[in-house]
Write a protein that binds this ligand. Sequence first.
Ligand SMILES: Cc1cc2nc3c(=O)[nH]c(=O)nc-3n(C[C@H](O)[C@H](O)[C@H](O)COP(=O)(O)O)c2cc1C
Length: 328
Amino acid sequence: MKRESVESASVELSVRIPSPGGDLMLSHPVLPASGTFGYGEEFEPFLPPGTFSAIVPKSISVESRPGNPPPRAIETPSGLLNSIGLQNPGLDLFVSDYLPRLQRYGVPILVNVVGKNIEDYCTVVEALEGQELIRGYELNVSCPNVKEGLRFGLDPEATAALISAVREKTSGVLMAKLTPNVTDIAEHAVAAQSAGADAISLINTVRAMSVDWRQGRSRIGTDTGGLSGPAIRPIALRMAWEACQAVDIPVCAIGGISSAEHILEFVSVGASLVQVGTHLYREPTCLPEILRELQELLAKEGICHLDELRGTFGGLSDRLPGRSRPVP
Ligand SMILES: Cc1cc2nc3c(=O)[nH]c(=O)nc-3n(C[C@H](O)[C@H](O)[C@H](O)COP(=O)(O)O)c2cc1C
């Protein structure tokens, strides 16, 4: 039944993420995707502070990392192929130099953490506990561009062991960032939830390659890289849908999102949040326009709150919220 339209200003976009330490309330569901927003500094001239409802900085590891050899990113016809390789300043420099700049945005920070082993992840989380505006962590178990990047992401038991260990170190929001490079995403999502994750984010980049056949070599410095952007949105949508049916914690969808229409597709299959990544390179100032469009589209359909749309695809609405379905 068609609903009466409502005033776009009255459309409520806020999102709640429950965690053991309390609810994290976000003003709207759009976050930057890790690695595409750096540590915020390049974006400061373009985006008024607080435009994103929370910030997810580039992955941080205990030690600094130089990343992979160049070239590290190339465009493909419908996406970006990158092999940055988790370049980052390391924990100490992050705390002393980068975090204060991120804190200037004045919104919650969900630190994306990466490590070679469980202790690494725990060390980073323990060191960051109590820092102003750090309200949680996104555990990256899904980087396809470094040797150990998928060690925890390809095996649900390893994912669960990592999350259980980190859970003991924090009561903040714990989000597990899953890889699309698996056959059964639901199994991984359930493992993450069972181990204590408060939310799931997906997808990281899809392993891919681009070859110069004349030279007989890859167009990036490593043989393979990770594909992002428009090409992977249908994959992300399918995986978000499968994960949303399997768990009853919030799912944060990532992959080729660049418009309000895209966000509503993901919300309709059950996503609570989204991250915008590769599109930020093309349009660093896109967010205010996306949010305005989001409110207008919902208002036109007479939808006052995103929750009314969430999970409505395929009759999923009668199973949400909080009514997870056993994984077949
Ligand atoms: C250049 C680049 C660097 C990235 N670095 C990271 C990273 O450090 N940590 C991480 O979890 N994901 C990283 N990602 C993956 C993104 O966060 C995101 O999951 C992926 O790009 C899909 O979203 P998109 O299609 O909107 O870009 C990176 C992606 C790109 C394109």
